[in-house]
Design a protein around this ligand. Structure first.
Ligand code: GLN
Length: 250
């Protein structure tokens, strides 16, 4: 099948080579006989809900965020409709922040968000930097760990009752206090984890692919053929050990 991906603002939001996540999705799709068709969505490029099976937004610093925030906020309805229609979405760090209601920077300026995720972000004084390990249960009964790297000044507070992406085993997470990391709305996931995220967490890449394939076919998420993930598993192990060495919640 063809999986249609909307990659939002690739020229602005690509800190820590976040576009590596797209490379992982493309390769893992191809190994199962599927093709990833990636469309770059820049400022002003139309985005029709339903036309993409997966939306991807990377991370960026405050300066880059300010350049795209009004355009992203104007896409609030299109993004909400896309996710309500079953499209998958992955947003990292700066993109994750701007998919909430807004981001208040160190200088006090407020960047409006698209309001897809039920959260708000305010920049704090101390940056939260280092390896992170989470425990997630995105499919009931299937507990998995997610390893990555965080570097953010923003503290993200989820609304009461909002679903996080996972619980922090080591690292700061959303705000360094709640023990929660990221946010989930349907098949939309937001996280602070860079790395890039997917090369060392292949289970998450496959979950996103299965969700995107379900959207493309109008059916249920398929079981994807297993791949030889020995390198990915080793990378996950190294990152997880580094996070654990860093210690528990900070
Ligand atoms: N500007 C944001 C922060 O520092 C996002 C940074 C990022 O994407 N790494 O909180």
């Amino acid at each position: 099948m063809r999986i249609r991906v909307a990659h939002l603002y690739p020229e602005y939001l690509n800190i820590y080579a976040d576009r590596g996540n797209i490379a992982v999705l493309a390769r893992r799709a191809a190994l199962r006989g599927h093709e990833l068709e990636v469309e770059a969505i820049g400022v002003g490029t139309p985005l029709e809900p339903g036309e993409h099976d997966l939306v991807y937004v990377g991370g960026g610093q405050d300066r880059e965020q300010a350049l795209i925030a009004p355009d992203l906020a104007a896409r609030a309805d299109a993004l909400t409709e896309a996710v309500a229609g079953g499209a998958a979405l992955l947003a990292v760090c700066g993109g994750y922040q701007l998919l909430g209601r807004g981001y208040r920077g160190r200088d006090g300026s407020l960047l409006p968000g698209a309001g897809l995720f039920p959260h708000e972000t305010v920049a704090g004084e101390r940056r939260m930097i280092g390896d992170v390990l989470l425990e997630c249960e995105l499919v009931p009964g299937e507990r998995r760990t997610l390893a990555g790297f965080e570097n953010h000044a923003g503290r993200t507070r989820l609304d009461p009752g909002a679903e996080p992406l996972g619980r922090v085993l080591a690292g700061f997470g959303n705000d360094g206090e709640s023990g929660l990391e990221g946010c989930r709305v349907g098949r939309a996931l937001g996280t602070y984890l860079h790395g890039p995220l997917l090369p060392r967490n292949p289970w998450l890449a496959d979950l996103l692919l299965a969700w995107a394939l379900a959207h493309a076919s109008g059916g249920d998420p398929p079981d994807l053929d297993p791949l030889d993930d020995s390198l990915e598993t080793a990378a996950h192990g190294v990152a997880a050990a580094r996070a654990r060495a860093r210690g528990g919640r900070r």
